[in-house]
Ligand binder design. Structure first.
Ligand code: ATP
Ligand code: MG
Length: 334
């Protein structure tokens, strides 16, 4: 771990006990995130993005088991007690949850939701916290912030609620913000505004951002690096522009072609990735994408592919990575 690294995740496994067996939601994921940088995590529904984010936060459901390392400032969060984690939540690492119900309390006015954490973590007075709360609502683009401060969440539109959730997450000036699909349920124009806002605030505050989405188009333009997740593992990582323009894993190419996107909604010709995610309780022994891949060899069915380096920072977990910029016709041909 060097000085520039804020978060380093090493061989993270997050398994959850369920009536259908042990769900291997995250199964050997490693990546790092630098101070002040934005990392996108993308993958289709069920690939393990939210479980990974919750594991990083130490917020796993009961009957779950996390192994590996989540080093934040070099300290392994997986070994901390709930009390030690509580001192980190909000203040050093904050999260905007995918499920809005988890982020805002419906029976508490916006002012209290914004100021409570600040008073607790920053030790400031009520009036100072209120002044900061007004500033935050203005920063995230909430018009008439004095009035919004006295509102209950249900009195706000979806877009305003999403902005308030981001303001709550930013309230204690976290070093790392994890935003899990922060714009689902919003219309396309508002989605773009909220995502651009997140990127702007991340850059202005030199905050680290983990932006989770199923849409690689959305993430690529607003992050420095991206990690593509498939069935609990990473398929490809690299500079966002490189992964977007020159994907080397066939899953990444397929995802680009198949994702409905807010960026190109008018002319998107969507394709479905043939096949479906493997069973999370009984994943295949070899490459998890092999049953859906167009370049499978015998070894793909028996051994898990190692991460190989294409370029300095561009890595792909595939035994037969796409070797040219030409994309695979069968998956993304137009
Ligand atoms: N509390 C839980 N108990 C049992 N299984 C779970 C639980 N939470 C998630 N899972 C399973 O873990 C796997 C990964 O789920 P996860 O929610 O992380 O996916 P995701 O990539 O965030 O998908 P989405 O894009 O739909 O949000 C899925 O198979 C899901 O069914
Ligand atoms: Mg999710």
């Amino acid at each position: 771990m060097n000085d520039a690294t804020l978060l380093e995740v090493n061989d993270l496994h997050a398994h959850i006990g369920s009536p259908r067996g042990v769900v291997k939601a995250v199964d050997g994921v490693s990546f790092d995130l630098r101070h002040g940088a934005a990392l996108g995590i993308v993958g289709e529904s069920g690939s393990g993005k939210s479980v990974m984010a919750r594991a990083v936060m130490g917020l796993m459901p009961p009957r779950s088991d996390c192994t590996g390392e989540v080093l934040f400032h070099g300290r392994n969060l997986l070994t901390l007690t709930k009390k030690e984690l509580r001192a980190i939540w909000g203040k050093q690492i904050a999260m905007v949850f995918q499920d809005p119900g988890r982020s805002l309390n419906p029976v508490v006015r916006v002012d209290r939701q914004l100021t409570e954490g600040m008073r607790q973590h920053l030790g400031i007075s009520k009036s100072e916290a209120l002044t900061r709360a007004l500033g935050l609502l203005t920063e995230v683009g909430v018009p008439d912030p004095e009035r919004r401060l006295r509102a209950y969440p249900h009195e706000l539109s979806g877009g305003m609620r999403q902005r308030v959730m981001i303001a709550v997450a930013l309230a204690c000036e976290p070093e790392l913000l994890i935003a899990d699909e922060p714009t689902t349920a919003l219309d396309v124009t508002i989605q773009r505004q909220v995502l651009d806002l997140l990127r702007r605030i991340q850059a202005e505050r030199s905050m680290s951002l983990m932006l989770i989405s199923h849409d690689l188009h959305v993430v690529a333009g607003r992050t420095d690096r991206v990690a593509v997740m498939y069935a609990g593992r990473l398929a490809e990582t690299g500079a966002s522009r490189t992964v977007f323009d020159d994907p080397r894993h066939r899953y990444t190419s397929a995802l680009l072609a198949a994702t409905p996107t807010i960026e190109h909604e008018r002319h998107a010709r969507l394709r479905v990735i043939p096949g479906s995610l493997p069973s999370p309780t009984d994943p295949p022994a070899g490459c998890r994408f092999a049953p859906r891949c167009t370049a499978t060899s015998d070894s793909c069915l028996t051994s898990q592919p190692a991460m190989v380096t294409i370029d300095e920072d561009h890595r792909v977990a595939c035994a037969h990575p796409v070797m040219t910029k030409q994309k695979e016709g069968e998956l993304v041909g137009r």
